[in-house]
Design a protein around this ligand. Sequence first.
Ligand code: COA
Length: 141
Amino acid sequence: MDFSIRAASLDDCKDIMRMIMELAEYDKQADHVKITQKGHTKIGYALYFYSYSSWKGRSIYMLDLYVMPEFRGKGVGKALMSKVAQLALAAGCHQLNFTVADWNKPSMDFYLSQGCFDVTASLGYHCMRCEGEALEHLAQP
Ligand SMILES: CC(C)(COP(=O)(O)OP(=O)(O)OC[C@H]1O[C@@H](n2cnc3c(N)ncnc32)[C@H](O)[C@@H]1OP(=O)(O)O)[C@@H](O)C(=O)NCCC(=O)NCCS
């Protein structure tokens, strides 16, 4: 199958929005998506940002990786993640970080097949969050 990987543009927002919703539905979290858009010719996306590790220096965080069901198993997910890895190395990053839900075994197996490891299992780290009233409360001087 022929496909290309490229940086997203404003014109891609409709398709990316659709896939964000599809990924949220896959994650059983659709009711948490509050952003809107409509329209599609793209079949997958990776959403990432640069971050920093006080121990390792520059790192990249991959927030989403998604391939539409009918295009899975054709190398698209691997190509998308490879692109994120290329961008990470080009920017001087030493780590590519991301999370995966414990029930999402297919994706866990995909990541393991790409040489990634489970930080929770090996280092005991847990993802933590502060939001809503707790965030408001925390922000009080
Ligand atoms: C996870 C996901 C992005 C993988 O994309 P994909 O296009 O289907 O994967 P690819 O075809 O690129 O697979 C690449 C490699 O991973 C392997 N792989 C893919 N799925 C696998 C699985 N379930 N178990 C083991 N290996 C797997 C393939 O065999 C292939 O190996 P190869 O390079 O030796 O041939 C895609 O399945 C998806 O969008 N899933 C739903 C959303 C999701 O869970 N996203 C991740 C949230 S954390």
